[in-house]
Design a protein around this ligand. Structure first.
Ligand SMILES: [Fe+2]
Length: 250
């Protein structure tokens, strides 16, 4: 049994039938059957709580690419505010916060703009922190994920170009996404503001596998108006193991 299998089995056995609020974004297969996710059921094996989970590295861990001040403000101010405001909205709109946030996002059209903005903001950032790691040379996916990317986008370089363009061309604030649609096919797209492909109001729908924050708050201190340079550098810190874990959960 490898570490990954052991971790998954441990999570399944320990979390089965318990609440998801404190587990962050973890693959807990037993919740798939227990959660009411009619539209995105198969596409939401990850369950996100309403609280911020700890940053998985120090504020200065990505220094060459994301400067320490940006990381600290982004996590402890911007993302913390989304979590705080999300819980306020959940209280006001009688959302059971022991249930996964994904349940709310899949039906976001039934809630207020405050829920949409902060629910998306919290989910997107929780995923974003996990999808980065300290800089690695020749940083790229391997195995099944690499094969799928090459099949869908001709080559890894072709994929990067297409994804980068989605980020560069997003007017104003938003996100670029690699996501799996309902047929588990890989797609690239972008969403405005804090929307994401889990939302029923989104033009693109599926399970997010990798998201890139192109709000100015994510890069302005180091890159100012040079969003393309931020995106180009960001490829060095993508945590492909995390992306592969999400892809493997489909
Ligand atoms: Fe952000």
């Amino acid at each position: 049994m490898n570490d990954k299998t052991h971790r998954r089995d441990f999570l399944k056995s320990t979390l089965k039938g318990t609440v998801a609020i404190s587990v962050g974004m973890m693959p807990v297969g037993s919740f798939i059957e227990a959660s009411p996710l009619p539209a995105n059921k198969i596409l939401a094996p990850y369950k996100t709580g309403f609280d911020q989970t700890p940053l998985p590295y120090a504020y200065n861990a990505l220094e060459d690419i994301v400067d320490t001040t940006t990381m600290e403000i982004h996590y402890s101010k911007h993302a913390a505010a989304y979590a705080k405001n999300l819980k306020e909205a959940a209280l006001a709109e009688k959302v059971d916060t022991t249930k996964p946030l994904e349940d709310v996002l899949a039906n976001i059209s039934k809630y207020t703009a405050k829920m949409r903005n902060n629910g998306g903001g919290h989910y997107n950032h929780e995923m974003f922190w996990q999808s980065m790691r300290p800089k690695q040379n020749d940083n790229k996916p391997t195995g099944k994920l690499l094969e799928a990317i090459e099949k869908n986008f001709t080559s890894f370089a072709g994929f990067k170009t297409q994804f980068s363009d989605a980020g560069k061309n997003r007017f104003g604030s938003g996100w670029a996404w690699l996501y799996a649609d309902k047929n588990k096919a890989l797609k690239i797209g972008s969403t405005p503001n804090q929307d994401n492909p889990l939302m029923d109001i989104s033009e693109i729908k599926g399970l997010p596998l990798l998201g890139l924050d192109v709000w100015e708050h994510a890069y302005y201190l180091k890159y100012q108006n040079r969003r393309p340079e931020y995106i180009e550098n960001w490829w060095n810190v993508v945590n492909w193991d995390y992306v592969a874990q999400r892809y493997d959960s489909l």
